[in-house]
Design a protein. Structure first.
Length: 211
């Protein structure tokens, strides 16, 4: 049986991607019963949350598991979302809390590029801009990037968190305050101290031999 024009239009409206809706509008509609729209939030933000957790935990398998946990927690807590705030900020605060809790309870294994699919390895390595071209320099550049990532992983979770949010996720100081629940002065102080610790850790690597 063929669909009428009105039935076809209604069907297309239901099935069409909700690309024009804001995150906050989608949350409202999910809470009103359109639970299938949560898949749109997942599609929009899963990669960003995964990359954030990967930077924090330094291990692909852990990032996969925690990303699933984060979105389950987000789904179950949607009714607690304050619509006066940005959904993405609230979402990252949940991801931050869950990841920090994990790191405090169980020390994550060291970063493993072998357990990370090649695409994610490229993502990790290419976030820093390249200024070299020769094969030898490319090798040194790759080693430096891995050393920086390793140094970030070795920071205590509270310092690692602000560095990842600021320099790898590009959040403003005010947004970091909202994600972490910390006052502005504490955020700035932790970022300053984290930078100092990274600099000290990298000095021996960057210092030329005999220098």
């Amino acid at each position: 049986m063929r669909m009428t024009h009105l039935e076809k239009k209604e069907s297309e409206t239901v099935l069409a991607p909700s690309l024009s809706l804001s995150d906050e509008e989608i949350v409202k509609r999910v809470l009103r019963g359109e639970k299938e729209l949560f898949a749109e939030l997942l599609s929009r933000h899963k990669k960003g949350i995964f990359n954030y957790i990967l930077r924090m935990a330094g291990h692909y398998d852990i990032a996969v598991d925690l990303t699933q946990d984060v979105f389950m927690k987000i789904y179950l807590a949607l009714d607690k979302f304050n619509h006066n705030h940005k959904f993405s900020t609230w979402m990252f605060s949940i991801a931050s809390n869950l990841t920090i809790d994990y790191l405090r309870k169980k020390k994550a294994p060291p970063i493993s590029y072998e357990s990370t699919p090649s695409g994610d390895r490229d993502c990790l390595k290419n976030r820093l801009k390249s200024g070299f071209s020769s094969p030898l320099d490319e090798m040194k550049k790759s080693e430096l990037k891995e050393k920086i990532q390793e140094s970030i992983i070795h920071l205590e979770p509270e310092y690692r968190e602000v560095i990842v949010l600021r320099h790898l996720r590009g959040l403003s100081y005010e947004e970091i305050c909202m994600v972490t629940g910390l006052p502005l002065g504490t955020v700035k102080n932790r970022i300053f101290r984290a930078r100092q610790m990274l600099k000290e850790d990298l000095n021996s690597y960057l210092m030329p031999e005999g220098g």
